[in-house]
Design a protein around this ligand. Structure first.
Ligand code: SF4
Length: 364
């Protein structure tokens, strides 16, 4: 117990954290299982050791919150095919080591001479296209509602400036349809959700309302400090204990209930929701974003038509089950043995926000 108290002393507001933890301990008289669906929460929870501080009755698992991890094998195979065909790709760094079905990655293609540039924003990719008018540059659009508005704004600028050699391979995913898919799965028992802080700054609170109204599932929009997370767990615990279900905005210092209307507007102007395949969750209606017809000249899926036939996950990888909270990372037979951050077999070990990588780094 002494080490636990010393541990909490490293949190911001340690006294408040201690009080909330005490309340959770006192009130946790029935077993409940909560889930976070945000990669940044995954890391914050592992990093802060919150799981080890919770009473036995409260278990907390990670869900499909890491955008790189949920990117489907078919999409990975498609961008690797583009890279191998010599198409010049621009990507965020965390996609570089994602293994394809045959073990190849963007990094290995790059080592063999493939033209792949790591960028920090889609605007950097647009700049790359403008600096290299003789090249076709494809930006790999991976991410949730947090990333999609910036990609949309970049496409609008590309259109306004008449850029003809910039394209986006949109693999963006939308969080609420995935939560609905999780809520509908009978074999995943989750009593409440910590909702993603970043995504919620864009979409607000209303898009989650179906969780409470249709599935009786409480949920709390949550920030990233240990205090935010503990508060939200207490909120979920209270709601379950007293038979209530509502969506609580517990991150009001950042998240407006109505979200960010300007970001939503630009996203809607450029993208249209389409069905999309998620690793682990399968095909989810209306959970992806495709470029609207008006922007089709920038649509790398249409312009380059990369290979999209169904492909298998890396052999032995159980990322799909990890992403659904069906198993913990160390229940995968490859964890720590064949699969490590230095030599990842699946994407959940590649991304810093992946459950397997966080479990590897922070669990003892
Ligand atoms: S430990 Fe590696 S192989 Fe196993 S599920 Fe995680 S990423 Fe996949």
């Amino acid at each position: 117990m002494v080490w636990v108290l010393n541990f909490i002393n490293r949190f911001k507001d340690p006294e408040l954290c201690r009080n909330i933890l005490e309340k959770i301990r006192n009130e946790a008289t029935t077993p409940f299982r909560f889930m976070e669906v945000c990669g940044t929460h995954t890391v914050a929870i592992f990093q802060s050791g919150i799981k080890t501080l919770l009473p036995e009755n409260i278990s907390h698992i990670s869900g499909p919150g890491c955008p790189v991890c949920v990117t489907h094998d078919r999409e990975v195979a498609a961008f690797l095919a583009l890279a191998e065909q010599g198409v010049h790709l621009a990507t965020f760094g965390d996609l570089m080591r994602v293994p394809g079905p045959d073990g190849r990655s963007l990094k290995s293609v790059q080592a063999d001479g493939g033209k792949i540039r790591v960028v920090y924003s889609p605007f950097d990719a647009l700049q790359l296209a403008q600096d290299n008018p003789g090249e076709k540059i494809v930006f790999l659009g991976v991410g949730f509602e947090t990333t999609a508005p910036t990609v949309a704004a970049t496409l609008k600028v590309a259109g306004e400036q008449g850029v003809k050699n910039f394209f986006v391979l949109s693999m963006h995913k939308l969080v609420p349809p995935a939560l609905q898919s999780l809520a509908m799965e009978r074999d995943i028992k989750v009593d409440g959700l910590l909702l993603p802080g970043h995504v919620s700054t864009i979409i607000g609170v209303q898009p989650y309302s179906f969780l409470a109204s249709d599935y009786g599932m409480p949920a709390a929009v949550t920030g990233f400090e240990p205090l935010d997370i503990l508060q939200s767990i207490l909120i979920l615990l209270h709601q379950k204990k007293y038979g209530r279900a509502s969506i609580v905005n517990n991150y009001k210092r950042v998240v407006a209930d109505q979200g960010n209307p300007r970001a939503l507007a630009v996203m809607k102007e450029v993208f249209i929701p389409v069905d999309a395949k998620w690793r682990g969750l399968g095909n989810i209606p209306g959970s992806g974003l495709s470029l609207r017809e008006e922007f089709s000249e920038f649509d790398a899926w249409k312009v380059f038509d990369p290979k999209t036939e169904d492909v298998q996950a890396p052999p032995g990888c159980r990322c799909g089950q990890v992403l659904k909270g069906q198993i913990l990372p160390d229940e995968c037979p490859l964890f720590r043995i064949k699969c490590t951050p230095a030599s990842p077999v699946g994407p959940c070990m590649v991304s810093t926000e992946g459950s397997c990588a966080a479990f590897f780094k922070y669990s003892v």
